[in-house]
Design a protein around this ligand. Structure first.
Ligand SMILES: Nc1nc2c(ncn2[C@@H]2O[C@H](COP(=O)(O)OP(=O)(O)OP(=O)(O)O)[C@@H](O)[C@H]2O)c(=O)[nH]1
Ligand SMILES: [Mg+2]
Length: 636
């Protein structure tokens, strides 16, 4: 045992079996604080106490109520525990909540613990032997099989030393929790302290919280600053995963926070009302679970009503397992790998539980076999496979690193490492550094773009290319930056060309028939010959034997190739004519320094209809500048 180690022990067991008395005998703390608890002599809500061992080990104890009506509170307490202490009164033996609490601890994957037989002062030793046999039968096949069974009396103090020693021994076997994951504190209590404001407590499930951190109350979206932290009643600068922690939040009303909420660093966690999981029904569940059944879903310190949807079957028999979706009536804040417990709506009994696999599967409609394959990979895949599966699942939309980290159980830095590996192996692409897209999706999007361009070229052989905007529309849900990336890649390898806002395939070229070529030449000649007094598009086309206006493909061709230039709305000039006009204008301006609209009319022998647009055109081309009604050479 290293100095500074801490474990969290949760009591469990039937009402009146002596849990609270035992905690008091061990720690000196009476955890029944509420007046109602005192009056009724029962525990209603969670109680907290701790023991400090001389070697630096801190044993933190969460005392839970045994009453069947308060199992909900019990569930909020045992979510973060390392060790379960199943308390059984020697005089009464195994009772219904003994079984239910044991089942809950099993479902939550509490890995280790012990059984404490209390009230031994009230029974004979041969009776105690019978109870021991009973207990051995109870725990067979559970995580408590072979665990120590310690007989004590809180009244006489008998056995307490052995119990303490046993707890120390078990604590040594509890693996230290890593601190690299996203910090999460499921809140189990909220109160105010005069002069300090709002304080929340809970077992820090993962990560590290430090004073001055900017945290968020999920799923409420409230942001606050950590003003102070305490672990076992002492102020600390940092709290670590596994520690019972009190957080003083600055800038938050007491009423704004509740048990079940989760504290994490601002913006790091996901709150979702749909989750996918692997679900197991207890062998002694009273009846099968059906799709659409309403259940109570417990994870962390929260209880949320939910409808269950079973994949692959409509009914799950007791003892069975299935992939399931929960449609929650309030948002859940969790990470994959988190265990949960399910209780039936009425009567309220624990019927099963499982592991969360996808904490934000979204509403995409995957067919059941595809969904099941996805969940199987999330459940059994290596970390690298799981990370890749999420990127693949995001499709052409891609996924941001932050969003991925909130859906992976590995913590942000490991998640980034896994993604780097996948990217270097060529199975994904990082766009804009933070945005990941799977190589399969890149390929799909590329094929979509090429197909859309092929279709366009086939339908519009005389058009130089498809507008980028229209092409973007064909790429469906693809994220903009991923679309830009794929288009960039196509351009780089010469498979596509982008000319201003037009995209075409590298192989596309406009082929005109002899007739079409003659018509184009004719239209062009009309404009060249007309010089400063050009015809309308319709007129020129008409003279070439064609009907239509400027939208005519052949007319557009002249515009695209810059042989015709749009001077104003539907006013076009031949490029050569414009150049000649510009030369004359510049020469005139050099001579006269400034000119009016009349001067250009005279210069070119044209009407006002052409003169004004031309002057404005040369202004916009930054050849001239307007000074009142007159023009001067720009920069002259
Ligand atoms: N004789 C004797 N009485 C005990 C012992 N431990 C507890 N009791 C008595 O049993 C009653 C119930 O004890 P609690 O500690 O409140 O039981 P609990 O398991 O915390 O009950 P809930 O929290 O309501 O589930 C009290 O009257 C205790 O004084 C013991 O070791 N010996
Ligand atoms: Mg109690």
């Amino acid at each position: 045992m290293t100095v500074g180690r801490h474990v969290v022990v949760g009591t469990a067991g039937h009402i009146d079996h002596g849990k609270t008395s035992l905690v008091k005998a061990l720690t000196g703390t009476d955890t029944d604080r509420l007046p109602e608890e005192k009056a009724r002599g029962i525990t209603i809500d969670l109680g907290f106490a701790f023991l400090e061992e001389p070697d630096g080990l801190t044993i933190e104890i969460v005392d839970v109520p045994g009453h069947e009506r308060f199992v909900k509170n019990m569930l909020a307490g045992v979510g973060g525990i390392d060790l379960a202490m199943l308390v059984i009164a020697a005089d009464e033996g195994v009772m219904p909540q003994t079984r239910e609490h044991l089942a809950i601890c099993s479902l939550l994957h509490v890995r280790t613990g012990l059984v404490v037989l209390t009230k031994t002062d009230m029974v004979e030793s041969d009776w105690l032997d019978l109870v021991r046999d009973d207990v051995a039968g109870l725990v067979r096949g559970t995580f408590l099989e072979g665990a120590p069974i310690v007989a004590v009396s809180s009244k006489t103090g008998a056995g307490l030393d052995v119990l303490r020693k046993t707890l120390r021994m078990l604590a040594a076997s509890v693996p230290e929790r890593g601190t690299e994951q996203l910090a999460r504190l499921p809140i189990d209590r909220v109160f105010t302290i005069k002069g300090f404001g709002t304080v929340v407590t809970g077992t820090l499930a993962a990560g590290v919280l430090a004073v001055d951190d900017r945290v968020e109350v999920f799923p409420r979206g409230l942001v606050a600053k950590v003003r102070g932290l305490q672990t076992h009643s002492r102020p600390v600068e940092r709290a670590l995963a596994g520690q019972r922690t009190a957080v003083n939040l600055q800038g938050l009303e007491r009423a704004a926070v509740e048990r079940g909420d989760v504290i994490g660093h601002a913006g790091t966690l996901i709150a979702a009302t749909l989750v996918d999981a692997s679900l197991e029904l207890l062998k002694d569940a009273p009846r099968p679970l059906k799709t659409r059944d309403r259940v109570r879903f417990h994870a962390g310190t929260s209880e949320i009503m939910a409808r269950v949807l079973l994949y692959e079957t409509n009914e799950l028999a007791p003892g069975g397992r299935a992939f399931a979706r929960f449609r929650l009536e309030a948002p859940l804040v969790a990470l994959p790998g988190d265990r949960f417990v399910v209780r039936s709506y009425s009567p309220i009994v624990t019927i099963g539980g499982g592991t969360l696999l996808d904490v934000d599967p979204g509403r995409t409609r995957l067919k059941v076999p595809a969904r099941v394959a996805h969940l199987r990979t999330l459940e059994h895949g290596t970390p690298e496979e799981v990370a890749e599966e999420h990127v693949r699942h995001a499709g052409v939309v891609g996924i941001r690193l932050g969003a991925l980290a909130a859906r992976l159980p590995f913590g942000p830095s490991r998640s980034r490492g896994l993604l780097d590996t996948i990217v270097s192996a060529g199975r994904a692409v990082a766009v804009d550094r933070e945005w990941y897209v799977h190589a399969d999706a890149v390929r799909r999007l590329r094929d979509m773009i090429v197909a859309a361009l092929e279709t366009f070229h086939r339908a519009q052989p005389l058009r130089p290319g498809m507008s980028r905007e229209e092409l973007r529309g064909r790429a469906g849900r693809a994220d903009d930056r991923i679309f830009a990336y794929v288009l960039g890649a196509l351009t780089a390898e010469g498979a596509a060309h982008v000319d201003r806002d037009k995209v075409r395939l590298g192989t596309h070229e406009i082929r005109l028939s002899a007739e079409q070529q003659a018509a184009v030449d004719r239209v062009e000649r009309e404009f060249r010959d007309a010089a400063a007094s050009p015809p309308s598009a319709a007129e020129a086309l008409g003279r070439a034997g064609l009907r239509g206006d400027e939208d005519h493909d052949l007319f557009q061709l002249l515009l695209e190739s810059h042989r015709l230039v749009r001077v104003k709305e539907s006013l076009f000039f031949h490029a050569d004519a414009l150049e000649a006009i510009q030369d004359k204008l510049v020469t005139l301006l050099r001579e006269r320094k400034e000119i009016g609209p009349g001067d250009i009319k005279d210069l070119l022998g044209i009407s006002r209809k052409y003169a004004i647009p031309l002057l404005e055109f040369f202004d916009s081309r930054r050849v001239t500048t307007r000074v009142g009604e007159r023009r001067v050479l720009r920069g002259a």
